[in-house]
Design a protein. Structure first.
Length: 182
């Protein structure tokens, strides 16, 4: 996934440009104070145009980053960019992509389901707290990162998990042998 570092850098650059304008727009929406906007010599139209450009650029970057090209349209159709410039989607499917590493942009802060099974993953990144379902079976994992407290379903058989990892999984507050296999 050669686009991961590029994606991360481009998102950082976009966010640095967007945050002051986003804060300004939110303040304007809260107060309706047009003088505040005039002081900065920027019109609300320019702010909205920048936000549109920002969303367009995020989508372009996601197109380059997303490894499952045959499912790209479905993926893009199911995401939205919130007021803070964060990508919101409930599901990420990068299964069967022959990945050796998985990069989860920090923009995926509200994701609920990750499917990354049938790859060559040896580790997983930090998992977002919003995650409810993780399918990471048939990879080369020996351990898992800390599992979010809200995780309800985990399928990770077909890996080389250590005994310590298995014990840690079993001690998770939501562990249920019916929905958790490893």
């Amino acid at each position: 996934m050669r686009y991961c570092p590029i994606f991360k850098q481009k998102i950082k650059e976009l966010k640095e440009k967007a945050e002051p304008l986003d804060d300004l727009l939110l303040k304007y929406k809260e107060t309706g104070d047009e003088e505040m906007v005039k002081e900065l010599e920027i019109s609300l139209k320019e702010i909205e145009e920048f936000k549109e450009e920002f969303v367009k650029r995020v989508y372009e970057l996601l197109e380059k980053w997303y490894p499952k090209k045959e499912k790209l349209n479905e993926f893009l159709k199911n995401i939205k960019i919130n007021e803070k410039g964060r990508v919101e989607t409930e599901r990420l499917d990068v299964s069967y992509c022959n990945l050796s590493s998985l990069y989860l942009p920090s923009l995926f802060e509200k994701i609920k389901e990750i499917n990354c099974h049938y790859n060559r993953l040896t580790s997983l990144p930090k998992l977002p707290n919003s995650l409810k379902v993780l399918y990471c079976h048939n990879n080369e994992l020996t351990s898992l990162p800390e599992l979010p407290d809200g995780l309800k379903e985990l399928i990770c058989e077909g890996n080389l998990l250590t005994k310590e990892t298995i014990e840690r999984i079993k001690s998770h507050p939501n562990y249920d042998p019916y929905f958790w296999t490893f």
